[in-house]
Design a protein around this ligand. Structure first.
Ligand code: ATP
Ligand code: MG
Length: 606
């Protein structure tokens, strides 16, 4: 391709809306343009990158026996009602764009395709003889993200590879899941990325395994905890660990103490000269369930620990049937305004005890009131084991010390693990191993779904014994556009992008320093033709620009190899510069094609 014929516009300044390097660079280098919040145009250079990523994904998927298809993006609401996800997706999470057509039928723009594929399976799969089967597609997805940001990293319209497998039993599912694990590793290695596969949260579905693939980068939105022995790695949302031991409390006598200005654990520990591990901290959450029930949850957790809201959400979803509900619409820390709706008087915030009386809750049975007029009390494992602990006195400015479960406070019957694992904790598999933390960008997620969708939607098959059973399912996603940008996040320098050879939009750029020099042009044209004939993807910078501008642009757009037809052509040579290392060498004109062929091949095999 000739640069003179391309829509090629680079910017010298960083775009205002961009916060992270990869976003700034992709905009500056003319790969993408923002059209609206979380909505981007993929310009020709970007589209080539995306097609290369897609092709690698496609090859690795096909190698496992999965088959490509293309499902509709517009999806009827009935399918989502059948699976029970319409309300969660349109209201609770609100992540799905929905619309009503001219005949007043409700539709949605696909954020994911479990419903569509399960409908197809229900219609077409009858017998175990048709199983296992695995279909995938590469397609634009729509999600009305709360905080679209970082360019293609979190868009409202983005490209995903999503695959769905169907099995007659768990064992068959596990085999495909393992194949996918390997396929995903191959994809990421081939794309030239450094990544880590980690245990992931599977939501409230429970039981089944799930794994995320994280591209390691400081700008990543996810935190990964791992051990150096390589035996444990998990998303913080999911991670488990052994907390540090609690210090033995010196408060052997139960007392109420005046503790002014101690609404935080730090100030309280400081005043009482005790360790945060001896304190029981109490945090209030408000949960709205899908049947209109509101529940107030009082969590008691050790002072040095934090609540993991993903684990909490899973726990509360499990409890939903107790409140006659199916799912959670929202989980929040009630602010002043929310408290005013149900509190009989101001809460002793910062001084709450695990025994905060239920009489703080008004009008239990009123419409919109709080379930049962009682707090749902949950204690984290760490806090349940404390003796002679310090906690709030339900009286502003006061705490109690030397308290015990079973004496001053009733131990809640719900004792669960809802603490956030943190770096520095000891690992469960080997307490000598310490958890370390890294930041990552989630580019892929593989998931053993089980029978959640097939059961809800009645997608069954007949097994060898003639029994009718729900299909066992797996699903597997790769964020193609996010992956492409994460490659930039992992590989750039002050001058621009450094694409891995496998996904660079072009492999080589030929820069003609002076287009009024007939010989320079002639040699560049000849090399351009030869390289193209050799199957090497080549850009020819034939613009009427200064050499400096061309070199800057070539660095910015990150093409792996640059050929310069400069002064050395007099001695039959051109300059070859490698973008990643900046190594420069002069090579004979007749060796250009073979040298580049060799270098590119070597880079692709790495
Ligand atoms: P996240 O936690 O980042 O929102 P997710 O758990 O919602 O991701 P999945 O539903 O598993 O993601 O989607 C599969 C893949 O699609 C993700 O691993 C990610 O790479 C990509 N992806 C998800 N949401 C977006 C988005 N808004 N923009 C770009 N890529 C996305
Ligand atoms: Mg998401």
């Amino acid at each position: 391709m000739r640069l003179s014929q391309m829509l090629f516009v680079t910017l010298r300044e960083d775009p205002k809306e961009a916060e992270i390097p990869s976003h700034k660079l992709l905009v500056r280098a003319g790969y993408i343009r923002r059209i609206g919040s979380g909505i981007y145009a993929y310009l020709p250079l970007m589209w080539r990158v995306l097609q290369k990523v897609s092709q690698i994904v496609r090859e690795e998927m096909n190698a496992t026996g999965a088959q490509e298809c293309l499902l509709p993006q517009v999806q009827p609401a009935e399918l989502w009602r059948e699976s029970g996800r319409w309300d969660t997706y349109t209201k609770a999470e609100g992540i799905m764009f929905s619309l009503t057509d001219r005949r007043k039928r409700e539709l949605a723009l696909g954020p994911t395709h479990e419903e569509v594929i399960t409908t197809i399976a229900k219609d077409m799969i009858r017998s175990h003889q048709q199983l296992p089967i695995h279909l995938y597609q590469i397609q634009t997805k729509f999600r009305d993200e709360i905080r679209p940001r970082f360019g293609l990293m979190r868009g409202r319209e983005f490209i995903m590879k999503d695959g769905y497998s169907f099995h007659s039993d768990e064992e068959s599912l596990k085999k495909t899941y393992r194949d996918m694990d390997q396929a995903y590793r191959n994809m990421l290695s081939r794309c030239g990325l450094q990544y880590r596969a980690v245990e992931a949260d599977s939501g409230a579905i429970g039981g089944s395994g799930s794994q995320e693939f994280m591209v390691l980068a400081e700008a990543g939105e996810d935190e990964v905890l791992y051990t150096e022995d390589g035996k444990y790695a998990a998303n913080t949302e999911k991670a488990v660990s052994l907390p540090v031991d609690a210090e033995i409390s010196s408060f052997t006598e139960y007392k109420k103490l005046e503790t002014p200005d101690t609404t935080t654990i730090a100030t309280l520990a400081n005043l009482l000269k005790c360790s945060p591990t001896q304190i029981v901290k109490n945090v209030l959450y408000q949960v709205a369930y899908d049947n209109g029930t509101t529940v107030l949850v009082l969590i008691s957790i050790r002072g040095d620990q934090e609540v993991n809201e993903v684990k909490l959400q899973n726990e509360l979803t499990k409890l939903a049937p107790e409140f006659g509900a199916k799912t959670i619409l929202s989980l929040t820390v009630p602010d002043q305004e929310a408290q005013e709706k149900w509190a009989t008087k101001p809460l002793p915030l910062g001084y709450i005890s695990p025994g905060l009386p239920d009489y703080y809750i008004s009008n239990p049975w009123d419409k919109g009131g709080i379930h049962d007029g009682k707090f749902v009390r949950i204690v984290d494992q760490t806090a349940s084991e404390l003796k002679n602990f310090v906690t709030g006195a339900d009286d502003s400015g006061y705490h109690v010390v030397g308290a015990n479960w079973g004496k001053e406070f009733t131990l809640p019957k719900r004792i669960v693990d809802i603490r956030k694992a943190q770096k520095g904790d000891r690992a469960v598999h080997d307490p000598n191993q310490i958890l370390h933390s890294a930041r990552g960008i989630e580019v892929g997620h593989i998931f053993q779904l089980g029978i959640k969708y097939s059961q809800a939607m009645g997608a069954t098959f007949t097994n060898e014994q003639g029994e009718e059973l729900p299909l066992v399912m797996g699903c597997y996603g790769v964020g193609v556009s996010r992956l492409a940008q994460s490659a930039v996040e992992q590989s750039y320098d002050k001058d621009g992008i450094i694409w891995p050879v496998a996904i660079a939009p072009y492999q080589v750029i030929i820069a003609i320093p002076n287009i009024t020099d007939v010989q320079q042009v002639e040699i560049a044209e000849k090399l351009y033709t030869e390289l193209k004939q050799a199957g090497i993807e080549t850009l020819l910078d034939d613009r009427n620009e200064r050499a400096g501008v061309k070199f800057k642009d070539a660095d910015l757009i990150g093409i792996p190899y640059r050929i310069v037809t400069g002064r050395s052509i007099k001695s039959g040579k051109v300059e070859l510069v490698e973008r990643a290392t900046r190594n420069s060498q002069e090579i004979a004109i007749e060796d250009v094609v073979s040298t580049l062929k060799h270098n590119i091949q070597a880079a692709l095999e790495n």
